[in-house]
Design a protein around this ligand. Structure first.
Ligand SMILES: [Fe+2]
Length: 260
């Protein structure tokens, strides 16, 4: 057996051990989304992959990932891991391909950071993260059904993101009415639609941010949607069904902001 074959075999054995390690760590840290565990593993492996003694690479990787996982819950505060992951994911999917959608997304997230103060502490990070990823379903890589809220939510579920965020994205800004018009109500029904302040706040942030990311009024936003999409677009037709619900969510959040 020559040296090249031996090296390839060693790398392949290390790959197998790393994949088994990943399964173990995902089970061990079930509060951490699997995609994040995967990201930590790849990062650690990039650091230690060149080690002369390949036998030790899984040990080094495991030690590093465990340290990150132990710090994970403590990091779930505004502006940290979850929202960073959401921001990076949205940037990767939207910034180059759909710059205007990316500008809108960044505007919605800025709004969310401001609005989060009216929510209980445990929901603030969820709002900011959901704001970052609420429109990722427009990216070509994710397009499947063509209903962006559903395609985005399914992607997030595959990535191991919490059902709460998946549900927020699936149903944001009156998506159920659009899904009903395009025959995707059953698909959207795969996701929970938890009504409440968090859901209202995400709708408010989306409805008060224009397509270029600038703040706007809800009536200005609705007029812009009608004008940009035209009367036959399902999103515009759905306004007859979900318009009042959108306005009510905005009003409720507005009231909370005034009281804060
Ligand atoms: Fe949006």
């Amino acid at each position: 057996m020559d040296a090249v074959t031996t090296t390839a075999e060693v790398v392949s054995q290390t790959d197998d051990r790393i994949r088994r390690l990943e399964s173990r760590l995902v089970r061990e840290f079930h509060d951490v989304p699997p995609s994040i565990v995967h990201e930590w593993i790849e990062r650690a492996r990039a650091r230690f992959g060149g080690a002369r003694l390949q036998d030790y690479v899984p040990l080094f990787v495991a030690r590093e990932v465990r340290a990150s996982a132990r710090a994970f819950p403590a990091q779930e505060t505004p502006g940290t891991f979850l929202s960073s992951w959401a921001r990076n994911t949205a940037r990767r999917l939207l910034a180059a391909e759909l710059p205007r959608r990316w500008a809108h997304t960044a505007g919605v997230a800025r709004r969310a950071e401001h609005v989060a103060r009216v929510l209980p502490e445990e929901e603030r990070e969820l709002l900011v993260a959901a704001a970052w990823v609420h429109d990722i379903g427009y990216a070509a890589e994710l397009t499947d059904t063509g209903l962006h809220s559903l395609d985005g939510a399914r992607y997030l579920r595959r990535a191991g993101v919490s059902e709460r965020i998946c549900g927020l994205v699936a149903h944001h800004s009156g998506a159920a009415a659009v899904a009903g018009l395009v025959g995707l109500a059953d698909g959207l029904g795969e996701f929970p639609d938890n009504r409440g302040r968090l859901r209202d706040a995400l709708w408010y942030c989306d409805m008060s941010t224009g397509p270029d990311g600038h703040p706007t009024t809800v009536h200005g936003r609705l007029a812009e949607i009608r004008q940009r999409r035209g009367p036959d677009d399902p999103v515009v037709r759905a306004l007859a069904i979900n318009g009042d619900e959108r306005l009510a969510a905005v009003r409720r959040t507005h009231r909370l902001l005034r009281q804060a």
